[in-house]
Structure formats: C-alpha cells, structure tokens
Design a protein around this ligand. Structure first.
Ligand code: FES
Length: 196
C-alpha cells in the first residue's frame, strides 16, 4: 500500500502520541507498583567505624539521630533509628532494635527527613502513615523504616541504602554501608539502574 503525504500527516503524529502514552503508562506502572521489597540482608561494603551514640541515648522506640558517615567522596548524611522490631539489615542489641540508612533520596538525590509526626507528615509530604517514615520534600517521595527503607510513595523506586550497625560495650557504631549505594554509586558496577 502506498501512503500519500496526506496519510503521513496523521500517521506520524499518531505514532508519536502512541509512543509517548505507552512510555508514560509504563513509567507510571513502574513508579506505582514496581517498588522492590527489601527482604534480604544487604551486601555490605566495609567503611570507617564511627561512633554514633550510646545505646541508652536512643532511649525510646522511634527516637533517632542524624549523623554523617564518611565516604571517600565526602560525607554521607544518614540517620539511625530505634525501631519497635527487627528489620533486615538492622541490629538487635540488648533486646532493642536499631537500623540506619543513607538520607540521600534514591530518586534524584535530595536529602530525606525523618518524619516522626505523622499528622504533620501527611500535610507536608502528602503521605499518610500510621508510623514515622522518611519523607523527601523535592517530589514527595516516602520510605518506610518498618520495611527496611522500602520506597512506598512518590517517584522513588529503590529503597534507601542501609548503613551497617554494630554494638560494643553499650555503644552504637556505623561500620559500613549497603552496596550499591544508590544513587551515588556508579550504576555500571551495581548491575542495575537507579533511575526511574
Ligand atoms: S529527589 Fe526525592 S522524591 Fe525526587
């Protein structure tokens, strides 16, 4: 069949529109429904041992402390939480549960905040949760500490990378980080894409 110039006038724009909506639909499905669970133990990369706090300093469930974890390229903003129960990649010491994460959002690298007040979080981050979470102001991403940092809302797909914790003589230390350290670590060495 020979196409006339008049046919092309509607076929080409229709093809472009179909391709765009197909891509947009697939991207939406990926963002909304294909956020990976965090079920296993992380692959750790050893790092400096950094004292974070005395175990007693995090004196109640959901207490937290921000800290900087040293990397070769600079300091990684991070947060340690005391949790109501164990999560993969966390630490249980003296009958209490802790876990720590990078605060660099896996979407586009903004710094996430720990949102302890869930009512304020619903207003500020457009995400309603029955327990504290991590929120990213840039595009309203949210991550769930009870699911080991899984991305649960907004554009991020990948979980927050975990920081390895160890306890010694009543003190809490960070001693390494999960790899790949999304979104900072080279994707060519991670075997996957950190982008949506
Ligand atoms: S950078 Fe965090 S949601 Fe986009």
């Amino acid at each position: 069949m020979k196409l006339s110039r008049r046919d092309l006038v509607w076929i080409v724009p229709s093809g472009i529109a179909a391709a765009f909506f197909g891509w947009f639909g697939w991207r939406t499905v990926k963002i909304q429904f294909l956020k990976p669970d965090v079920s296993g133990q992380p692959r750790w990369e050893d790092g400096e041992q950094v004292r974070l706090a005395a175990l007693d300093d995090l004196d109640e469930v959901w207490s937290f402390k921000y800290f900087d974890y040293p990397l070769a390229v600079g300091k990684l903003p991070a947060v340690v939480l005391r949790l109501p129960g164990p999560v993969p990649g966390g630490l249980t010491a003296e009958g209490r549960h802790y876990a720590a994460w990078s605060r660099i959002c896996t979407h586009q690298g903004c710094t996430v905040d720990y949102v302890k007040n869930t009512e304020a979080g619903a207003v500020l981050y457009n995400y309603r949760s029955d327990h504290p979470f991590f929120g990213c102001k840039c595009h309203f991403g949210a991550f769930d500490p009870l699911r080991a940092g899984k991305a649960v809302f907004g554009p991020p797909r990948f979980p927050l990378p975990r920081i390895r914790l160890e306890a010694e003589a009543g003190e809490l230390y960070a001693t390494g980080h999960e790899t790949p350290l999304r979104p900072l670590q080279s994707l060519s060495t991670s075997g996957g894409s950190g982008r949506v």
